[in-house]
Design a protein. Structure first.
Length: 261
């Protein structure tokens, strides 16, 4: 049984000794994420008509089994002023699509690098700002993992929500495994994560729930609180991974703090 309170305490202890400060690294990561998000939103505006149209088709198909429900859906959709007819095709729409996908992959690679930083912090190892670039060594693997995991979770969620959630929890350790085993392929990392999480999904779910209040506070503060809480969250998850793979936090000695004479 993994004690989540012990993990949280150990994460705070590791962070206290980490240099550079986890808060500075997190600030840089969030700034990168914010800039990319602003650019992505500008690109998505150019695809708004197509987005509304495909959303209309999706929900229309979901409600088409009942004529009354489908008629009500079309009426409400029409009154809202959203697109119901297929927009005119223009080749120029592919540019924002490709750029949006590239930016999403960029953010995911930086996120992998941030996980690398927190994983090293959890082990008391030397971790620098340069860790944020580590994810770009795994661009292809990161892309394939995102696609495969997204497809699997989406398909299972279409049938029932619960299987999709269970599958998502099964793949939560994939990127930590990829960082520890850079020579492994994406499928092997995902398979190992699924195997590692057997019997531990509920514990990770309870750990997530214990952070729920902080997630709400981060949302209320428009993400500002993430500067202080995101490194704690991620380092705690890295310690959880360490417990699962046998490299627990207790296997590493805390570095001695500098003493001024």
């Amino acid at each position: 049984m993994i004690d989540r309170y012990t993990l949280k305490f150990a994460a705070r202890r590791r962070m206290a000794y980490a240099r550079p400060s986890p808060y500075g690294v997190t600030f840089v990561f969030l700034v990168i994420n914010f800039i990319v998000q602003l650019i992505s939103e500008r690109l998505v505006l150019k695809l708004q008509e197509w987005s509304e149209y495909f959303t209309y088709l999706l929900y229309g198909r979901m409600t088409s089994g009942d004529e009354e429900t489908y008629a009500l859906f079309r009426e409400l959709w029409g009154k809202s002023g959203l697109i119901m007819e297929r927009p005119v095709y223009d080749k120029s729409i592919w540019l924002p699509i490709v750029l949006s996908l590239a930016l999403a992959l960029l953010v995911r690679c930086v996120w992998v690098g941030y996980n690398s930083y927190c994983l090293k912090v959890s082990r008391g190892e030397d971790a620098k700002y340069g860790e944020l670039k580590v994810g770009f060594r795994f661009v292809t693997k990161t892309f394939l993992v995102c696609v495969l995991e997204g497809v699997i979770v989406a398909v299972l969620t279409c049938f029932l929500i619960v299987p999709g959630v269970i599958a998502a929890y099964g793949y939560r350790m994939t990127f930590f495994i990829m960082l520890d085993h850079p020579d492994w392929g994406p499928v092997r990392c995902m398979r190992e994560s699924r195997h590692m999480m057997r019997g531990h999904k509920a514990q990770l779910f309870m750990l997530d729930l214990s952070f729920l209040g902080w997630y709400i506070l981060c949302a209320v503060t428009m993400g500002i609180m993430y500067i202080w809480k995101l490194p704690h969250f991620t380092t705690t998850y890295a310690l959880f991974y360490g417990e699962l793979c046998g490299r627990s936090s207790w296997d590493f000695e805390d570095p001695q703090p500098d003493v001024a004479i």
